[in-house]
Write a protein that binds this ligand. Sequence first.
Ligand SMILES: Cc1cc2nc3c(=O)[nH]c(=O)nc-3n(C[C@H](O)[C@H](O)[C@H](O)COP(=O)(O)OP(=O)(O)OC[C@H]3O[C@@H](n4cnc5c(N)ncnc54)[C@H](O)[C@@H]3O)c2cc1C
Ligand SMILES: *[C@@H]1O[C@H](CO)[C@@H](O)[C@H](O)[C@H]1NC(C)=O
Ligand SMILES: *[C@@H]1O[C@H](CO)[C@@H](O)[C@H](O)[C@H]1NC(C)=O
Ligand SMILES: *[C@@H]1O[C@H](CO)[C@@H](O)[C@H](O)[C@H]1NC(C)=O
Ligand SMILES: *[C@@H]1O[C@H](CO)[C@@H](O)[C@H](O)[C@H]1NC(C)=O
Ligand SMILES: *[C@@H]1O[C@H](CO)[C@@H](O)[C@H](O)[C@H]1NC(C)=O
Ligand SMILES: *[C@@H]1O[C@H](CO)[C@@H](O)[C@H](O)[C@H]1NC(C)=O
Ligand SMILES: *[C@@H]1O[C@H](CO)[C@@H](O)[C@H](O)[C@H]1NC(C)=O
Length: 545
Amino acid sequence: MMPLNSYFTILLIALLFSYTSSSIDTSTHEENFLECLYSYSHNSTSISEVVYTKTNSSYSSILKFTTQNLRFASNTTPKPLFIITPKQISQIQTTIICSQIHNLQIRIRSGGHDFEGRSYVSEVPFIILDLTNFREIEVDVENRTAWVQSGATIGELYYTIYRKNQNLGFPGGECPTIGVGGHISGGGYGTLVRKFGLAADNIIDAHIIDVKGRFLDREAMGEDLFWAIRGGGGASFGVIISWKIKLVQVPSIVTVFNVPKTLEHNATKLIHKWQFLTSRIDENLEITVILQRVNSSIKGKSKSTVQAIFQALFLGGVDKLIHLMQEKFPELGLVREDCVEMSWVESVLYLYGFPKDEPLETLLNRTLAAKDIYKVKSDFVKIPIPEVGLEGIWPMFHEDGAKDAMVICFPYGGIMDNISESEIPFPHRHGNLYQIYYSVHWHQESDEVEKMKMNWIGKLYSYMEPFVSKSPRAAYINYRDLDIGVNNINGYTSYKQASVWGVKYFKNNFKRLIKVKTKVDPLNFFRNEQSIPSLMCSRDIKKSL
Ligand SMILES: Cc1cc2nc3c(=O)[nH]c(=O)nc-3n(C[C@H](O)[C@H](O)[C@H](O)COP(=O)(O)OP(=O)(O)OC[C@H]3O[C@@H](n4cnc5c(N)ncnc54)[C@H](O)[C@@H]3O)c2cc1C
Ligand SMILES: *[C@@H]1O[C@H](CO)[C@@H](O)[C@H](O)[C@H]1NC(C)=O
Ligand SMILES: *[C@@H]1O[C@H](CO)[C@@H](O)[C@H](O)[C@H]1NC(C)=O
Ligand SMILES: *[C@@H]1O[C@H](CO)[C@@H](O)[C@H](O)[C@H]1NC(C)=O
Ligand SMILES: *[C@@H]1O[C@H](CO)[C@@H](O)[C@H](O)[C@H]1NC(C)=O
Ligand SMILES: *[C@@H]1O[C@H](CO)[C@@H](O)[C@H](O)[C@H]1NC(C)=O
Ligand SMILES: *[C@@H]1O[C@H](CO)[C@@H](O)[C@H](O)[C@H]1NC(C)=O
Ligand SMILES: *[C@@H]1O[C@H](CO)[C@@H](O)[C@H](O)[C@H]1NC(C)=O
């Protein structure tokens, strides 16, 4: 790696020179970029096998493969000049260097689940660096660690761990197709969070390629950068190649339940009570509440109502769970018949919606998640919402915009209360009872429907304001929401402008993220609408820090 690194340093000096010269050439050079790629590649045959130009017959299928949100798949969505699917680290290094020389932005894509499509869309000329071929997973059972490459999905990771040892797991997200690269760099929240924290809380080393094309591990990148990439959001600091993760101990038997309650079955009272206990109950129990509109038979007539599904994972057997629920939440009326015992890895598929006997290989299916058009927002709740506050939400579920809408409340507490706000960039710790995920889906491209859906979710978000966290009204970067503020993608972003969204995601950690960014990528090459700004590229940031 060393000769390569010094080679890239020389290239970078040339690059810096061109940046500082008085006339900045903003034109893009597609052909020159390709020429650069070929001439700086050690093996031009192998690089030619991973570059997809717009005229290539596979371009469109490669682009679509992990494009999850079809809101960013229309004809009018800006498309990349090239898609590069590297197989070797040197190809990533060359791509980073040539993109800088030829003034092209890079969008880094692992699993493509970004809710605002930021891993594959840009308003300025860009290429996609798609890590789909970086998917190796090496599990070290003895030391309870694993190395996982960014392009692997969380389902592939869970499956591979389970096949090595059935009592090991990893506290990551719930949708098996999420990419490890974006997910962990934004935090990573799942059913094991109350016992073990976020995915990003369980990282012990990482490999990244920085803006100079250098390959760095934890020791070489230093603790500041290693801190920043564990929750500061992917794509601001470099290309993360792999993570070394800490595996956690899961019992052989876990218990799950799904208990639906409509408004007619006291859902409001149950949710109200749930708010007081969900973050305080035994850390082995995670109870999520899923809200949606349903048709329910009421006195023999089908009627539209709101349903709350109380969905839980308990790290233990059914007897213990029933006992715990009778003691802490008797109002839910949980009975043994509501519960199913299984292994932890089976619970991932079950809670995703599959039957208990679904083959575990389904976790390896990279096209599992149904593609759709959607918009998502998030909130954090610190004080229980009064019953009248909840009651004000229900009429909104009967509006047209609420068809295929879902609100999910994910509990906090447990170990999340014990981790300091500045341990990693993710700051939403002690004092948060639960996190809210709001989503609306639709299935057909239509400006009219889109407007109606956006209005609906915006109205709900406005309604919730008095009940959720304030100053800042916090948000979760993995539930990316461009409505809360964006950078100026073509020019300078002021601190004031960036902090509007930055402080919501990162609170006080935003300042440290800016310092790290300024050190590792001063010219702000790795940027997108919500990337961490550099001091060098902003006039007012310095005095603000
Ligand atoms: C169906 C669905 C279910 C979800 N469920 C959960 C959940 O249970 N818990 C949860 O916490 N989140 C959940 N999410 C959100 C998810 O964690 C984020 O969208 C996450 O960023 C996805 O990572 P990705 O690699 O798939 O996405 P991508 O779209 O590939 O990347 C997301 C961001 O990270 C950047 N990035 C990606 N890879 C790298 C890399 N290797 N180096 C540097 N930057 C990189 C991208 O440029 C982009 O900015 C869900 C999302 C969806 C669509
Ligand atoms: C270059 O890459 C091709 C395809 O990956 C491979 O077949 C060939 O052996 C490589 N050449 C050298 C010199 O490594
Ligand atoms: C498309 O690009 C890939 C990757 O570079 C290459 O292997 C393939 O031959 C190209 N196909 C066509 C039809 O040009
Ligand atoms: C466990 O870690 C130690 C120390 O890093 C190492 O020497 C050993 O080889 C590892 N075990 C395995 C099975 O790799
Ligand atoms: C709703 O709660 C009340 C008491 O708060 C109780 O009397 C009633 O039976 C409950 N209804 C249902 C359907 O559980
Ligand atoms: C509910 O009933 C309405 C009217 O009968 C129907 O259009 C709608 O599809 C139903 N919704 C669900 C979720 O079943
Ligand atoms: C993966 O899941 C999708 C969606 O459920 C399904 O259509 C497809 O057949 C599955 N692929 C495999 C290989 O099982
Ligand atoms: C959090 O800290 C408290 C007090 O130190 C301790 O009792 C508790 O076990 C910790 N919780 C977790 C999940 O580590």
